[in-house]
Design a protein around this ligand. Structure first.
Ligand code: GLC
Length: 746
């Protein structure tokens, strides 16, 4: 349709039809029978007509069901307007790859873009039009369960990954022409804004941030998604400085639409309009609807304030027809960009789903994503496993297929377990034995997932027997590899934890195995940073695998055997213990810094009972080989802000050498520090990185260009600008590198 035709359509629609386009229904409501009409429908106060005039559906992922629903909607709607189908496809649709926190660990945006494109194809074949991804919330509090859905603590890394995902999902065609090519889906960046900083790490809690911290550390990644052409923005559940995002006109209108120029669709998070009553911001549904409309919120997800209250708000002109038409136009424009008016079924193709989804090619991509996401935190020479090493694979994860993140809607039978991968004939170079050792969860722990309940039902006798078998296997082996970790339902939405250690039953297994076999390695499944103090003490090697997805078992065995050399780097700091959180590397220095001071001086910014530093810092990760990075060389030590000056930028160069005996990849990172600004500046901030793959003994030069623009920040006057003065740059293999050089901006 042309824009003129769309405007004509809006003009011809009844008010009820227009309001219907702003309502998103839960899919469960549409596939139920009579009981739904008397149950949830009645609860929502929705009439059958409201249902049939709805504009979009959440949470249907069967292609057959999508086809059935679209057929009946297009037929029955007075103007035959098709539905939008939306779903949280955040790490693959049928072929699952690592959780986004693992994707952050790859420091490989090209790979992440490729995986997002693969996901878009599978998603589109299943008939889904919009994915609620990328989630780009900055996460620095390991107590918050949704760390797993973000690419980490750093605004720069999150910006890079947000762009990669948006372009992978939507394709460049959409950026150029405003229409989607085949096999692409509309992306929705979330949760706007700063949902990742809830007070006390407790999900849905208030977020209290200065505007400067909000703009420096939390908004950049959302803006990167908007600049990359993201189609949709989702409002977050939280209050931001006591105003819920969903009714926050400053955030949703002044910043998102006016400052950033976002013209796409804004959708709320689940029930967030109605939740403004609970927040104590709205006395009733009418006020909630008014606040949301005033914040330019277009689609209400799964509550009914809009259908119930907009007619009255329009009647008394509290909400104008212009506001309503603008919101409807944005929703219809997205449907038009997806070509749904011409073909309501778009790429939906049940046969191709069978042929292509979970294909060997897609599995290979997912396996590569998993392998690159792994972070080797420790390795006292026992990995990779040398041929003929008798290896006992022990732990609750050796047979588990649930090694994927919380937002994966798949049949776990498609997942390759560690045991299956180890037993494959091509892995016979290392004789493996297997023992479960314990359950994932302690007895008495009960977790309620989205659809399942998880608990440990083993008896004490069964647990004793499992432990004995594991200890016996460890005794017989040259090396014991413990596959431990969080349960997948311990991370994700509504999964905040005050303690972030492994379950006691798993620590007991680790102690018992390490007591009989000093060559113990740990493969760790986790959706957040964990307290690894005891693991780090007892294990000679630690490989963090996050939740690696469909090909996780193969990727892990390939890595244990050395066919994959780990190159991942931590996208989030692993705290010494939960008492340190929120912790991140780009801290302010304070007036009494511990670093560089006399450690006997009590009056410093420090703890009296634990160190200041996290156990493992952002950007850290080992390899099976070793690398050396030369001192930094600058082509000039002064750059100018003067637009006419020659030296507007400088080039910083290092030589990276693989000093080990096998090929490997190093992620070389660039950090910048502003020694003094009109406001206190972080000790350093990531401003670039490059993956360098080198054979044993090989060297390569890596250069970064540093420009005035990279030195800008929110100054004391509220401007986004650079200030002259002395700066440092560091180039190294982790955020803690001291390999640096000073320069001046004049
Ligand atoms: C959930 C999540 C959000 C998700 C939405 C739809 O509550 O907060 O991330 O996209 O609802 O499933």
């Amino acid at each position: 349709m042309t824009e003129k035709e769309l405007r004509r359509l809006v003009k011809d629609m009844s008010r009820k039809e227009k309001i219907g386009q702003l309502l998103q229904l839960p899919g469960a409501l549409l596939s139920g029978g009579e009981e739904v009409a008397t149950g949830p429908l009645a609860e929502l106060g929705l009439s059958e007509e409201d249902v049939y005039l709805a504009g979009s559906v959440l949470g249907v992922w069967s292609p057959g069901e999508i086809r059935r629903l679209q057929q009946s909607y297009v037929k029955r709607h007075p103007h035959h307007i098709p539905l939008l189908f939306m779903l949280d496809v955040i790490n693959g649709c049928d072929t699952i790859y690592p959780i986004p926190l693992g994707l952050g660990a790859t420091f490989d945006p090209a790979l992440v873009k490729k995986l997002s494109k693969m996901s878009a194809r599978e998603t589109a074949l299943n008939g889904i039009h919009v994915t609620f991804s990328p989630m780009v919330d900055t996460v620095r509090d390991a107590r918050w369960g949704r760390c797993m859905e973000s690419t980490g603590e750093d605004p720069y890394l999150n910006r890079v990954m947000a762009r990669a995902m948006v372009r992978g999902y939507q394709g460049r065609e959409y950026e150029r022409t405003g229409t989607f090519e085949d096999s692409r889906v509309a992306a929705c960046v979330k949760h706007f804004a700063a949902y990742g900083a809830p007070t006390a790490g407790r999900d849905y809690n208030n977020v209290e941030l200065s505007e400067r911290t909000l703009r420096e550390d939390y908004l950049p990644a959302y803006q990167a998604a908007v600049d990359a052409g993201v189609s949709m923005v989702m409002t977050s559940f939280n209050t931001l400085n006591r105003v819920p995002s969903t009714g926050n006109r400053w955030l949703m209108h002044d910043v998102l639409r006016r400052e950033w120029g976002f013209e796409g669709v804004v959708i709320t998070d689940y029930a967030a309009v109605a939740e403004m009553l609970a927040h104590g911001i709205a006395e009733d549904a009418r006020e909630a609807a008014r606040l949301a409309m005033a914040a330019d919120v277009d689609i209400e997800m799964c509550t009914s304030c809009y259908p119930r209250e907009l007619p009255g708000l329009l009647e008394d002109r509290t909400v104008s027809e212009k506001q309503l038409d603008a919101a409807v136009m944005r929703v219809l424009s997205l449907k038009n960009a997806l070509g749904l008016f011409e073909n309501p079924y778009r790429d939906l193709d049940e046969e191709r789903v069978e042929q292509e989804c979970l294909s060997d090619e897609n599995r290979r991509k997912a396996r590569r994503g998993a392998e690159e996401s792994f972070v080797l935190l420790k390795n006292d020479g026992i990995l990779p496993l040398a041929p003929e090493t008798k290896t006992a694979l022990i732990g609750p994860y050796i047979d588990s297929r649930e090694m994927y993140g919380a937002w994966s809607f798949i049949d776990s039978e498609s997942v390759v377990s560690i045991r299956e991968a180890a037993e494959k004939k091509k892995n016979k170079s290392v004789p493996f034995t297997f023992a479960k050792g314990c359950e994932i969860l302690d007895r008495g722990t009960k977790l309620i997932g989205f659809t399942d309940v998880y608990e440990n039902t083993a008896t004490e006798e069964e647990e004793e027997r499992m432990l004995e078998e594991a200890v016996a296997a460890a005794k017989e082996a040259d090396t014991a590899v413990l596959c431990l970790g969080e349960h997948r339902a311990q991370s994700g939405e509504a999964a905040s934890r005050a303690e972030i250690t492994l379950p006691e039953c798993q620590l007991r297994l680790l102690r018992a195995v390490a007591a009989v076999n000093p060559n113990t390695a740990v493969v760790l499944f986790n959706g957040r940073p964990l307290d690894l103090r005891e693991v780090s003490e007892l294990a000679k090697a630690i490989l963090v695998v996050w939740f690696p997805g469909t090909e996780g078992g193969s990727a892990i065995v390939n890595t244990l055997l050395g066919r994959n050399n780990p190159s991942g780097k931590l996208p989030i700091s692993f705290p010494y213990c939960v008492g340190q959180v929120p912790v991140h590397y780009a801290q302010l220095i304070t007036g009494r810094p511990l670093a560089g001071s006399d450690p006997n001086n009590r009056f410093l910014s420090r703890y009296t009972d634990i160190p200041n530093e996290p156990l493992y810092p952002f950007g850290f990760g080992l390899s099976y080989t070793t690398f050396e990075i030369s001192p930094v060389r600058l082509d000039t030590a002064e750059i100018s802000r003067n637009k006419k000056a020659e030296n507007r930028s400088l080039t910083a160069t290092v030589t990276v050498t693989n000093t080990g005996d096998r090929a490997g990849c190093e992620v070389v990172q660039l950090y910048l520090r502003d020694y003094a600004g009109s406001v206190a500046r972080p000790i350093r901030e990531l401003r670039g990185f490059e993956r360098v793959t080198l054979g044993a003994g090989e060297s390569a030069e890596v250069s970064f260009t540093v420009t005035e623009k990279m030195l800008r920040f929110w100054t004391i006057d509220g401007a986004y600008a650079s200030e002259p003065g002395r700066f440092a740059l560091y180039i190294g293999s982790s955020s803690g590198t001291e390999n640096g050089a000073d320069f001046t901006l004049c």
